[in-house]
Design a protein around this ligand. Sequence first.
Ligand code: PA5
Length: 365
Amino acid sequence: MLEENVLDSIASAEQRASRDPHGMLDLVLKFPAQCREAANITWHYGVGASEAVEIRRIVVTGLGGSAIGGDFLRCLADEYGPIPVLVNRDYHLPHWVNRNTLVIAASYSGNTEETLQAIRDASRAEAQIAVVTSGGKLADIAKQASYAYALVPGGQPPRSATGYMFFPQLTYLAHRSLLRHQFEHDIEETLSILESLAKRLGPDVPTDQNPAKQLARALYGKIPVIYGSQGYRGVVAYRWKSQFNENTKIAAFSNVLPEQNHNEILAWVQAQKQAPNWAVIFLRDPNERFENPRIVRRVEVTTELIRRVAPVYEVLAEGESLLARLFSLVYIADFVSVYLAYLYGVCPTDISYIDYLKAELAKLG
Ligand code: PA5
């Protein structure tokens, strides 16, 4: 049963303490400041990697909350090139990685076994290596091997440290002239939109004026399916799904158009027989009608079909720059997933199943 008024009784940290004992919402509220700090984190440029070697490809290797920053980087590289970025979420790197590949190993804890294995692959392939971490074994490896590394502040859940894990990657690529774009203005715009969202979606804004609380309420008891209308919204849809999984501890699914229109659209014929309680969220971009009017029509028709069996909600990106639009959508998910966790009465920070799994694997040695 949905407890009424839960979301309007959590304005102060004291009032939230029983629902959010480890303060996930406080970390969400501090996210704009985290991003500002992260954009200025110092890189230690290693003496081991030769910056004279031409970089032809970039691989970001990481998992979960640390990998998503690589996805954001890929979106920017797709827009501003000239080098392709691939995100590797596995123990091993693709076999084409070589000395002309820049491998960025991203692990917030610095102890994720897949990432530690992947950096060994990168070293064997004589790739150029850069590391973003808060410490752990990865920091030790970076220092010993004299890789370039950025040490970010530790002590919080990786999924709440996306700013720390992403912005140093952006500044490293800028340092190596691997993006054809100046980001100073975009970063300022992004920070100012994040600050504004924090005010508009924060816990002290009552539900009737707070779209994040309203969406959380609408999603209570539902299985969220998040669709990106196109491009970077697909990456952000996956982030929304992951935030519902990790913060809210619920099943959620994501996909992106136009691909969804070629297969998953047919799932809605029978979806209600599988479960009666789906809810769809479309992540939209204010510019999509100029970039590709056919996508707008695709969203309209897809929405019409889904509305026969499930409610459809829309969330619109804010800002001019790609960076701001991407981060605005990312940030809204932080609020919605934490508010929904409050409604379910689960701790947003808890990751006991992940911890259990890692402990079982550790027994293998
Ligand atoms: O959000 C989380 O806690 C996870 O998705 C972690 O990011 C994931 O397990 C990888 O750990 P790390 O980010 O420390 O490399």
